[in-house]
Design a protein around this ligand. Structure first.
Ligand code: PMP
Length: 463
């Protein structure tokens, strides 16, 4: 039996006082073959439910001190959700109004949470390059400029963001491990968490602590080409139309000794194991981070102590990484084991070989040549390097079009995107989603389009 800690609970003046001092829990079961100790720091135990409460509090305090935010003012931020929630929690208690601009790929739970705190939420469409008027940051900046008394928090370039982790996350890890920590692992979004705590841990250990970033496989931080991925809130996306790729100044890459690039499939598979085997229900970026920590730990010995940040809870993603409808559609392993036939059973080897996608910078002539005798093909955002067509970047489809001039960009002749079905999706679920639709459908495995089949093949299958 484990005795419960008998330290008296804190009596606090406000919700801000409950931020920080989160516990570290040792992983015991997903660590087969690992002799190093791996501890997960549970940031979902912050009052706003994520690591971002720390940065939110530090940014608000700094703005008040500098006089940028005055009584009755309005807090504006661009956020995948958690920073907005952290800001809202502290801001409402201090009498400020909060406006948050979120990308449409943020989970429905995070948007609902923001609204529950009384936040005015603006949802922006994904897939816009930086500088585009509909890009998250442009919308937030526009709002901040037009509202008197508004202050834009700007977590990507606000020094108070990494400073929060230098002042709290780093020292907490050092104290909790009695200075035994040897490796610090964290995902990189704005870079605040890894940079601030990483800097502190290096300083306090005379440079002994290694700092490792956890990054989605295609994110540019780890050397990917920036194409889309499915684990939200970490990594750096690069829209192909981006003119100049600026990294956040909250990220200090010189602090980072290495980056582990983690495919979505590895993150999500591990998330499911953490819930079932460790009793830890964590958010998507925790899957990425713990996967990176396990990779690092496999090369270490019994004297090593790895600390990895789990930024938030799986409760914010019950509609995504723990939801079979979402997992099935994008071709990730389901939470509930099924013996029902799945879409993957319908895919024949030739379906993949003859499959093609049309890059969005193709001309109609080029697209028509690729189309061949197929009814339609998906069109994906084009980038310099070729690679696997990520389902999230299929922006439309092209069917033969006799009225289009052959030199026209295919982009000007897009039909709606083809429906997608996932290889792990039960056939009856795919059939229900397709409804009356007949025609080509893109088959997706772990977020990547791998084949084209006819909807008839799904609909006509005898179950
Ligand atoms: N995971 C989650 C769930 C987050 O909300 C964030 C912040 N966007 C991160 C990881 C990345 O943290 P940071 O911005 O400090 O790099």
């Amino acid at each position: 039996m484990t005795a419960l800690d008998s330290t008296p609970a804190a009596l606090l003046d406000s919700v801000a006082g409950a931020i920080g001092n989160t516990p570290l829990v040792r992983l015991r079961r997903v660590t087969e073959g690992v002799t190093a100790a791996v501890y997960v720091k549970l940031e979902y135990l912050n009052p706003g439910g994520s690591v971002k409460d720390r940065a939110a509090l530090w940014m608000l305090d700094a703005a008040e001190t500098a006089g940028d935010l005055r009584p009755g003012g309005t807090v504006v931020e661009a956020s995948s959700g958690n920073t907005g929630i952290g800001l809202a929690a502290v801001a409402v208690a201090r009498g400020y109004r909060t406006i948050v601009v979120v990308p449409d790929k943020s989970s429905a739970e995070k948007v609902a949470l923001l609204r529950a705190y009384g936040v005015q939420v603006h949802v922006t469409p994904g897939g816009r390059p930086v500088g585009h008027p509909e890009h998250l940051r442009s919308v937030a900046l526009g709002l901040a400029e037009s509202i008197p008394g508004a202050w834009f928090a700007g977590q990507y370039d606000n020094p108070a963001n990494p400073a929060a982790h230098y002042a709290t996350t780093g020292p907490e890890i050092w104290a909790a491990t009695g200075g035994r920590v040897t490796h610090y692992v964290a995902g990189v979004g704005t870079g605040g968490t890894i940079s601030g705590a990483g800097e502190y841990l290096k300083e306090v250990s005379d440079g002994r602590v290694r700092v490792i970033g956890a990054d989605p496989e295609t994110s540019v931080y780890g050397g990917g080409d920036g194409r889309a991925w499915y684990v939200e809130s970490v990594g750096h996306y690069l829209h192909p139309d981006t003119e100049e790729d600026l990294w956040p100044t909250s990220y200090h890459p010189e602090v980072v000794d290495g980056i582990e690039s983690i495919p979505d499939l590895e993150s999500i598979t591990l998330l499911h194991r953490l819930a079932r085997e460790e009793g830890l229900l964590l958010g998507g970026s925790s899957g990425t981070s713990v996967a990176a920590a396990l990779r690092v730990a496999r090369g270490l010995g019994p004297d090593d102590v790895v600390v990895v940040i789990a930024p938030d809870s799986g409760r914010s993603y019950l509609s995504k990484y723990y939801n079979d409808a979402w997992l099935g559609q994008w071709g990730f392993p389901l939470v509930t084991a099924t013996s029902a036939p799945v879409v993957g059973d319908l895919v024949a080897p030739g379906d993949g070989e003859s499959f093609a996608v049309i890059p969005s910078n193709a001309t109609v002539a080029e697209a028509t040549a690729l189309l061949g005798d197929r009814a339609a093909l998906p069109v994906q955002l084009a980038r310099a390097k070729s690679g696997a067509p990520v389902a999230a970047e299929l922006i439309g489809s092209f069917a033969s079009n006799s009225t289009a001039s052959t030199e026209d960009p295919v982009r000007d002749h897009l039909a709606p995107a083809l429906p997608v079905v996932g290889v792990t999706e039960p056939i009856d679920a795919a059939r229900e989603r397709l409804g009356e639709y007949r025609g080509p459908v893109a088959v997706v495995r772990a977020g990547v389009a791998v084949a084209l089949i006819d909807a008839d093949r799904v609909v006509a299958t005898a179950l």
